[in-house]
Design a protein around this ligand. Structure first.
Ligand SMILES: Cc1cc2nc3c(=O)[nH]c(=O)nc-3n(C[C@H](O)[C@H](O)[C@H](O)COP(=O)(O)OP(=O)(O)OC[C@H]3O[C@@H](n4cnc5c(N)ncnc54)[C@H](O)[C@@H]3O)c2cc1C
Length: 434
């Protein structure tokens, strides 16, 4: 049946299992391993705990579910992935335990789509197996949202590319086995035709990590997992070109769509966790002789949060469903992904703020997960492109299909539309009523 919002019982059973497994086995890791890189870094002590859990996930047939069966995934599709990611979004470690962590998911996608057989054997397989970590590096210190301002150059020299320039906020660069770097290869044409994605092994000569950058104010300068990179005449073989020379923008675009929708799916999980906390607090805390839950202003916060989460969730699932229908990032899929990307920081801000506020001083403390969630509010408005850029994309796509009014007045100009309506119904209007 079309427009059916139900989940098949067999898949609902898997989701139930996941809910229990994430809560029981994975959420405790969030409490013990608090370093920003812990869920991703193969050098972290957390790896020893994660490995057997990853095997349990594999045995359950739930490993790397963003992938089609040809790449070792289950081929459940994006809608089912959306339901799964809602559960995984409740824990920082859960995506890695299930083999669906960014940026490796997107990197696997582009290696599968654009990689040569040799590149796939060397980089894709170990990435899919969860044995190595990868990085995607596009942003530069002087430019992020506008790739037209990128300067990092790659020049062909014999059998090599020679890369010169800087990159910024390259997540996981320090722990990655390889980086996929977007370089300008022809500065005389627009970036859409003059950029190329190149695979740079972490130990390539001339690849320097100037320092790591952390999100938030508290960590020491130089800590964190986002690399400030410098390429000092860094040499890599021409055979490390990923996709066509000049096709880098296309490669980058094709991974960012997936990254954005997966973030949105996981954000639903975080939102539901904040709502659960808000509700539990409301029925637990008593003030002025009644529970917070009995106060109308608190009820309003809970009702507004529930409504916003439900609207956002349905939009995310709709975008996932469209992606399944179109089997790729078509125009309409990209429009919906941009729309949910733009909505995400606002919903997160409203819901997490209410949850935090209802918890009072405890909400402000480091003794609940709420302040960690709060950090994601601005992050979700910037990562994978700022909100403004996505809103512009949505508006342009809508406006593209709209014609100007046929004459001086709008189509719904009442004097004209009423005149037409009166003419249409004239025979009835002339008759006596009854
Ligand atoms: C946690 C995190 C992880 C990241 N990981 C990676 C990564 O792994 N690899 C990578 O390459 N990058 C990564 N980034 C960088 C991210 O992609 C960029 O931050 C983003 O594209 C914005 O670029 P920028 O920071 O240079 O901001 P700018 O491009 O300078 O934009 C700053 C602000 O200017 C305004 N603005 C910009 N463009 C427009 C416009 N067209 N219209 C109106 N207003 C506009 C917006 O308010 C915007 O927020 C990460 C960022 C974060 C926060």
């Amino acid at each position: 049946m079309a427009w059916d919002f139900s989940t098949e019982p067999e898949f609902a059973e898997k989701l139930d299992w996941m809910r229990d497994f994430v809560k029981r086995e994975i959420e405790p890791m969030d409490l013990v391993f608090r370093g920003p890189g812990d869920p991703f870094d193969p050098r972290s002590k957390a790896r020893r705990i994660m490995k057997p859990l990853q095997q349990v996930v594999r045995d359950k047939g739930l490993w790397a579910c963003h992938l089609g069966p040809e790449l070792g995934g289950q081929g459940y599709g994006q809608l089912h992935l959306g339901l799964m990611n809602e559960i995984l979004g409740r824990s920082r470690f859960a995506p890695t335990v299930f083999g669906t962590q960014a940026p490796d998911t997107g990197n696997a996608e582009i290696l599968a789509r654009f990689g040569t057989e040799e590149q796939k054997a060397r980089y894709l397989q170990p990435l899919l197996d969860g044995d190595i970590v990868s990085c995607f590096s596009m942003t530069e210190p002087q430019a992020g949202a506008d790739p037209g301002e990128f300067l990092c150059r790659a020049t062909a020299d014999g059998d090599d590319w020679v890369i010169e320039g800087e990159k910024w906020f390259a997540s996981h660069a320090d722990m990655a086995e390889f980086l996929i770097v977007m370089c300008i290869t022809d500065p005389d044409v627009a970036v859409h035709a003059g950029s190329t994605t190149i695979i740079v092994p972490r130990d390539a000569p001339g690849m320097e990590i100037v320092r790591n950058t952390a999100v938030g104010p508290k960590d020491e300068i130089g800590s964190g997992v986002h690399g400030y990179l410098r390429f000092n005449k860094c040499r890599v073989p021409l055979s490390n070109t990923l996709g066509a020379v000049g096709g880098g923008f296309n490669v980058a675009q094709s991974r960012l769509g997936g990254g954005r929708i997966h973030h949105a799916m996981r954000t639903v999980g975080m939102l539901n966790k904040a709502l659960d906390m808000m509700c539990e607090r409301a029925v637990s805390r008593v003030t002025k002789g009644e529970r917070l839950a009995d106060k109308q202003m608190v009820q309003e916060r809970i009702a507004d949060s529930y409504t916003q989460i439900t609207q956002f969730r349905l939009h995310v699932l709709y975008a996932a469903w469209l992606l399944d229908q179109d089997k790729g990032y078509t125009h309409r899929v990209r429009r919906e992904i941009s729309a949910i990307k733009a909505a995400m920081p606002g919903v997160l801000r409203d819901v997490v703020y209410r949850a935090l506020h209802i918890h009072g001083s405890l909400g402000m403390s480091n003794e609940t997960p709420l302040m960690d969630m709060w950090q994601y509010v601005p992050e979700m408005g910037i990562v994978d492109g700022p909100t403004e850029v996505h809103k512009v994309s949505v508006a342009k796509d809508i406006l593209r299909r709209v014609d100007p009014a046929p004459g001086q007045w709008p189509t719904y100009f009442v004097p004209e539309t009423r005149a037409a309506a009166l003419a249409k119904f004239a025979p009835y209007l002339d008759e006596e009523a009854g």
